[in-house]
Design a protein around this ligand. Structure first.
Ligand code: AMP
Ligand code: MG
Length: 336
């Protein structure tokens, strides 16, 4: 595996590997992506192989300008252009009818394709230089926490892909908000992310939050609108227990547990007089988003077997953080 920097000469190498149908991990503002030329079926098949991703879990294609969106998708509603104007480049993914130039392996056989214009200088340059949409799911082994540093990518992908480009820590730290269009001026959020329902409501008349996002119940397989929702996600090796309590009840819960090698993951402002082993993951939802996956990976590195996580409120970006945590916890939630 080649370890590349964001220098012009290294990006030339990344681009030539992509043009030859190889897989290259690239930084984006959300998480690191495992990129391949989305128009090359063989190249895309290597992504599924490296990740061990189920073939029916479709990929997001990453574009660098709206011309690319028009070239590979059709029947684009006017609200999509309005959203693009407000949130692109950025962590918003739109599901649109695909044209035939996107092979069906990218979309898991669906006739729609997920599209995003990322906001990261390296990623933008590489897409423009290849002139192709890049299919890029998160660059982790399927089921594991997404990578937010090049080190995380190496831990999961060394020997399985051609190269990784080191772009430092990801600014957002969680995957994009995924939306689909339903009727006139109406969108449904299939996956919450850094772009919140409140932000979308400023641009779109009607914003529906899919039931699977807001609920603490395991999703019903036949009710899942986005194939990715039915798979295990974001899970470290450690057992994760999500605790929906204020800090005093959280301490009481932890004090009653008898597990060996356990640790708590709490907010920065919870640490005063906290009597148990702990790690922190920021104080605002934005900081929690940025740090969450790195802390889940850190727990594994430290050999922690059980991680008690203080749950954020499901508001603003907190909705997305909560969504990743409840899946990491396999829906194991505690509240009194
Ligand atoms: P990832 O590539 O890991 O960020 O995951 C992409 C997410 O987008 C998964 O949850 C997919 O199920 C979802 N997705 C991608 N394409 C589509 C599509 N055409 N329709 C519905 N959901 C999609
Ligand atoms: Mg992923």
């Amino acid at each position: 595996m080649n370890f590349l920097s964001g220098s012009d000469s290294d990006l030339e190498i990344a681009v030539s590997l992509l043009m030859c149908g190889e897989v290259v991990a690239l930084p984006t503002e959300t998480v690191y992506g495992l990129a391949a030329d989305a128009t090359n079926e063989t190249a895309v098949s290597k992504i599924f192989e490296a990740k061990g991703r189920p073939a029916d879990n479709p990929l997001i294609i990453h574009i660098s300008d709206l011309e690319m969106m028009k070239k590979y998708t059709e029947d684009i509603p006017s609200v999509a252009y309005r959203l693009a104007e407000n949130f692109w480049p950025g962590p918003l993914t739109m599901i649109l009818p695909k044209k035939n130039n996107i092979p069906s392996i990218v979309t898991g056989g669906l006739d729609t394709v997920a599209v995003r214009m990322p906001d990261n200088e390296i990623m933008k340059k590489v897409i423009s230089m290849t002139g192709k949409p890049l299919a890029a799911p998160s660059a982790n082994l399927s089921g594991s926490p997404s990578p937010t540093t090049a080190r995380h990518v190496i831990d999961d992908m060394n020997g399985k892909i051609s190269a990784v480009v080191d772009g430092g820590e990801c600014r957002v730290g969680l995957e994009s908000t995924v939306i689909t269009f339903e009727g006139y001026d109406s969108v449904r959020i299939l996956r919450p992310g850094f772009i919140t329902p409140e932000q979308l409501r400023k641009v779109v008349d009607d914003v529906i939050i899919d039931k699977n996002i807001s609920s603490d119940e395991v999703p019903e397989v036949n009710e899942v609108r986005s194939p990715g929702m039915k798979y295990t996600h974001y899970s470290p090796r450690a057992r994760v227990v999500l605790v929906r309590e204020g800090i005093e009840m959280f301490k009481k819960y932890v004090s009653e547990q008898t597990e060996q090698d356990s640790c708590s993951l709490i907010f920065d402002y919870d640490t005063e007089n906290f009597p148990f082993k702990y790690m922190t993951y920021g104080s605002t939802p934005e900081e929690q988003a940025q740090q969450l996956f790195a802390k889940l990976r850190e727990a594994d590195r430290l050999g922690i077997k059980t991680l008690y996580v203080r749950a954020p409120r499901k508001e603003g970006v907190g909705l997305a953080v909560y969504n990743r945590l409840i899946r990491a916890a396999g829906y194991e939630v505690v509240e009194s």
